[in-house]
Design a binder for this molecule. Structure first.
Ligand code: CA
Length: 243
């Protein structure tokens, strides 16, 4: 189930980290921006907090004293689409890819610049909090027959059934689907969807496309929606229904 994330950008940000100095540092920067930072020092404490308080976003460290951040992420994703930013300790792409596969929305490598972390928090919330107060019948509709997307409601349906998409998956799908037939490079998608430079970390896009295809029941070798343009990027097939 998609949960409404309260407020526009401001809300509770749960920091899951056992190192008090890091928690304090992140909290200071979040408070300055008007957020309400809370913290959990263990994975199990984090899961309890998520269940009882429904934070607007979670900053999740991998190294925790009990269950690790991967497991916490997996548990949260069983029934929540709350945005998650993972704190990874290593530079390796592997950590990042694992996190994204498990459903994290973004990751920041330690040591990090607090201001950059907060910028990412704000960027994610800006996108995921665009839930309209009331349903509008006038909103933009992207109709591809079996697939229908309503960007203003941040909802998509496959064969009439609502698809549960996470924030970045949704943003990526909408970005592609708004320009059927247009070939996006991975760099363009990173820029447009993530909003800042990933320094050519195209693995992020590939992971999200893979997850989107799975949810759209799309076959990469014979795609109905998202085509791979080898050596370049991705393109949404031009199968728009005449309206
Ligand atoms: Ca830690």
């Amino acid at each position: 189930m998609r949960e409404p994330h309260p407020g526009l950008a401001k809300g509770e940000i749960l920091i899951v980290e056992d190192e008090p100095n890091i928690v304090r540092l992140i909290s200071i920067y979040l408070e300055r921006e008007g957020f309400e930072p809370t913290s959990a020092a263990t994975g199990s404490e984090a899961l309890a907090r998520v269940a009882s308080h429904k934070p607007a976003l979670i900053i999740l460290d991998i190294m925790l004293p009990d269950i690790d951040g991967w497991e916490v992420c997996r548990e949260i994703r069983r029934d929540s689409n709350v945005p998650i930013i993972m704190l990874t300790a290593r530079e390796g792409d592997e950590d990042k890819i694992v996190g994204l596969e498990l459903g994290a929305d973004d990751y920041v490598t330690k040591p990090f610049v607090p201001r950059e972390l907060v910028a990412r928090v704000k960027a994610i919330l800006r996108r995921s909090s665009k839930y309209p107060e009331e349903r509008s019948s006038q909103g933009e509709i992207l109709d591809f027959g079996e697939l229908r997307i309503e960007p203003d409601r941040r909802e998509a349906w496959l064969h009439g059934e609502s698809i549960q998409l996470r924030a970045k998956e949704y943003d990526l799908l909408t970005e592609l689907a708004r320009r059927p037939g247009f070939v996006f490079t991975r760099e363009q998608l990173l820029q447009n969807v993530w909003g800042y430079d990933y320094f050519g970390d195209s693995g992020t896009i590939d992971v999200h496309v893979r997850r989107l295809r799975a949810k759209l029941k799309d076959d990469s070798s014979n795609p109905r929606f998202i085509e791979t343009v080898w050596g370049v990027g991705y393109r949404f097939k031009d199968v728009r229904q005449p309206s």
